[in-house]
Design a protein around this ligand. Structure first.
Ligand SMILES: C[S@@+](CC[C@H](N)C(=O)[O-])C[C@H]1O[C@@H](n2cnc3c(N)ncnc32)[C@H](O)[C@@H]1O
Length: 244
């Protein structure tokens, strides 16, 4: 299944009063990841290695069965793990080069979707929505709409499972800065092209507070924090499903 929809132009009034249009930023960060497709699988595997046991243990306890959507799946590092236990996995990404590697793995219960998450309309619902190393790249002006997309993709009583870097990781970033209140970090491709990608670090509880007005709740667990490193795994669900 292939579908690519162009992102809509969205502006935001920054705290300093200037209007920052994030259209170019999100297009550029997609271009950056296109350029990383060739080495991404090797890179993410090495990056996650120190905590892979801990992360797997946490994920094993979370409801990631049934039909699962892996948003911004990249080369399918997580898709492969999800496919081991799910009935089906839909692996969605904005980079055709990344998706090619997911398709090449030939997993029988995995299908790929090529789409821009900032304009994609979910055509169906999944039992679980998963995304790893993606949320940090969602600028604040697109955050609510993105969570609307998550809501539209999630079946009743479904769970959203998120893996992302913890704020501790900022210490190893090359160049963290802000443009009109949008947090950015600098990345370079091997050919020398330079990109500023959106990088918003979330503390576990900070994210839960941010998504509560959007109808979601849950909790996050920090792992491997220290030495300029650290990840958070969140288990999120609709507030209306809260049994506590
Ligand atoms: C940091 S990588 C994470 C990949 C994968 N989840 C992982 O952990 O290995 C971010 C991914 O987001 C994808 N991406 C960037 N902008 C996107 C967009 N607007 N819509 C869909 N995917 C996008 C990139 O192609 C890339 O695969």
């Amino acid at each position: 299944m292939l579908a690519l929809i162009d992102g809509a132009r969205i502006s935001v009034l920054s705290t300093r009063g200037a209007r920052l249009d994030t259209t170019d930023l999100v297009l550029r960060q997609q271009e950056y990841y296109d350029g990383r497709a060739e080495d991404w699988q090797r890179w993410i595997t090495r990056y996650m290695r120190p905590v892979e046991g801990e992360v797997s243990k946490l994920l094993a306890e979370l409801p990631l069965d049934g039909h699962v959507l892996d948003m911004a799946c990249g080369t399918g590092y997580w898709t492969r793990q999800l496919a081991d236990r799910a009935t089906s996995v839909t692996a969605l990404d904005g980079s055709a080069a990344m998706l090619e590697q997911v398709a090449q793995a030939g997993l029988p219960n995995v299908s790929v979707v090529h789409a821009d998450l900032f304009s994609w309309n979910p055509p169906t619902e999944w039992d679980a929505v998963f995304f790893a190393h993606w949320l940090a790249h969602v600028p604040d002006d697109r955050f609510d709409r993105f969570w609307g997309t998550v809501d539209g993709a999630l079946a009743p009583s479904g769970h959203v499972v998120i893996v992302d870097v913890a704020p501790e990781e900022q210490r190893i970033e090359e160049h963290i800065h802000e443009r009109e209140s949008v947090p950015l970090t600098r990345r370079r491709l091997r050919d020398g092209r330079q990109y500023d990608v959106v990088k918003k670090y979330w503390e576990p509880e900070e994210l839960i507070e941010r998504i509560q007005p959007l109808g979601f709740t849950g909790s996050g667990t920090k792992i491997g924090a220290g030495d300029g490193f650290g990840f958070v795994v969140w288990n999120v669900f609709r507030s209306s499903d809260d049994q506590s």
